[in-house]
Design a protein around this ligand. Structure first.
Ligand code: BES
Ligand code: MG
Ligand code: ZN
Length: 488
């Protein structure tokens, strides 16, 4: 349970008080905290430098069992993310110590340059997300989430902080929903299961959900989506989620890649590239969780989710390299590589979203290319758009939530690379370079004149190893970002 608390720190009974400390600046106006910090800084091993740590046990004046001082370095170098990651790290350290109840000190507004609501939000996020553990498949649940995390602040009772707390919890719950779906093993999230799991989570919200089965998808003639699904025994689904609050005017459509397992198909992936491919539905998870979250937040915009869900498998019924298929939009596509399946399921969904919902804006999220990970690494998403304003607002939203996005170009002349000798277009580039760009250009052939952005989350969607406030597995990347963007 995450809560805000005010009062004198010495009187609070808790297993640990975590106190962030700067090297060169006071962060608190509370006298007790200040004198505690003075005492800590007298010790040789603690200066408030980054990663410094000092623990006092059973201090005579304090009701807390331990006081943990954590260095943050120079005040000029501190950002909101410093608080998010410090809190996440210390929540996990306290979990590892077997604690269940801690308190974290939040700086006084007069002592910091960053707006206090921004710091509070970061601390709340770090704590809530850092306390999430995906251990559904472990018999022995060795680590238990903390039961109580209090934030010590002078303004705990202020209405706006209480509403901030509720909002952060809601958005982080959405992030955790996405994380859990992504971390779920592929044998437990076949397209039908995953679609039903989303529908189940959405059923308590004001969202209309429809799940189209293979028959309906065939009737719609979504040849590209069907071609990807053809190799699997598990039939495809097209999940439609509609959030339409009263008096909303504008409509945003979100499309998310939902490949529950990407083996590569006939172009089978190798060991080393295939093990984590349960994460290839992270775009779908982020879109579905965002819809559920915006409904919980009660945003005043129409938001539509179009989520194609398939499994990409090799078999006697699978699509072959060389096949020519016909997309929902009518364009023919030569399959150059069955492992470039994401763009195939996306274009049929994008065309459908545009035709059916006529959105004012469309954003797709997809773990689309290894090339994007090559370009930007595992922590930064690539974004593509012809619309400068849309691209800028996504980058800005990502700076705020620390889901970093870097814009990459959509050069007209690179379209040459996805020409086909036999069909209208090819799903594989004739060059081995710039694969994130050619994938995005492929999508752009189907976006018509809709205001569109594509976010390639192949890098940040999944954490191979735990980091500050995310365990190993799905990161939930995109949920906080999209919520931030749609709030504006
Ligand atoms: N799902 C992968 C992309 C991916 C790679 C996601 C690494 C996460 C981490 C996608 O379907 C894929 O296989 N893309 C190919 C495209 C190529 C065949 C043109 C790739 O990136 O190698
Ligand atoms: Mg693939
Ligand atoms: Zn894929």
């Amino acid at each position: 349970m995450l809560y805000l608390k005010s009062g004198s720190p010495e009187k609070i009974k808790t297993q640990a008080i975590v106190i962030p400390v700067c090297r060169d600046h006071e962060l608190y106006s509370d006298k007790v905290l200040s004198s505690l910090i003075q005492g800590a800084k007298k010790r040789k091993e603690f200066n408030g430098d980054e990663k410094d740590e000092l623990i006092f046990f059973d201090l005579p004046r304090m009701k807390a069992e331990r006081v943990i001082f954590v260095g943050m370095g120079k005040i000029s170098e501190i950002k909101a993310e410093s608080f998010r990651s410090l809190t996440g790290n210390y929540v996990r350290k306290c979990i590892n110590k077997g604690l269940s109840d801690i308190l974290i000190a939040v700086p006084h507004p007069s002592k910091v340059q960053i707006e206090i609501s921004v710091i509070l939000e970061a601390v709340l996020e770090g704590a809530y997300l850092g306390n999430h553990i995906f251990d559904k498949y472990k018999n022995e649940k060795k680590y238990k989430p903390l039961k109580k995390i209090g934030l010590l602040t002078t303004s705990a009772k202020e209405k706006q902080n209480q509403s901030l707390l509720r909002q952060v919890k809601t958005i982080c719950d959405g992030t955790i929903l996405a994380r859990n779906w992504v971390s779920t093993p592929p044998n437990d999230k076949k397209p039908e299961q995953f679609a039903r799991a989303v529908a189940e989570s959405a059923s308590k919200e004001k969202i209309k959900v429809r799940i189209l089965g293979e028959k309906e998808i065939k009737k719609l003639k979504m040849g590209a989506l069907l071609a990807v699904a053809a190799g699997s025994n598990s039939k495809p689904r097209l999940l439609l989620m509609e959030y339409r609050p009263e008096r909303a005017k504008k409509t945003a459509a979100l499309v998310g890649k939902g490949v529950t397992f990407d083996s590569g198909g006939i172009n089978l992936k190798q060991s080393g590239s295939i093990e984590d491919m349960k994460m290839d539905m992270a775009g779908a998870a982020a879109v579905a969780a965002t819809l559920i979250t915006v409904a919980r937040l009660g945003l005043k915009k129409n938001i539509i989710g179009v989520i194609p869900i398939v499994e990409n498998m090799p078999s006697g019924t699978a699509a072959r390299p060389g096949d020519i298929i016909k997309s929902y939009a009518g364009k023919t596509i030569e399959v150059g590589n069955t492992d470039a399946e994401g763009r195939l399921i996306l274009i049929d969904s994008i065309s459908y979203a545009i035709k059916k919902y006529k959105p004012d804006m469309l954003i797709d999220l997809a773990t689309l290319t290894g090339a994007c990970v090559m370009a930007l690494g595992e922590k930064i998403a690539g974004i593509f758009s012809f619309d400068d304003n849309l691209a800028d607002s996504i980058v800005t939203a990502g700076e705020k939530t620390h889901e970093r996005c870097w814009r990459l170009p959509l050069p007209d002349d690179y379209k040459e690379l996805i020409k086909s000798d036999f069909a209208d277009i090819k799903n594989l580039s004739s060059s081995k370079w710039g694969g994130a760009i050619t994938a995005a250009l492929f999508l752009s052939e189907f976006t018509e004149d809709t205001r569109w952005a594509h976010i390639d989350i192949a890098g940040p969607a999944y954490a191979k190893k735990q980091n500050a406030y995310c365990g190993a597995g799905g990161s939930g990347f995109g949920v906080r970002l999209l919520c931030e963007l749609l709030k504006e």
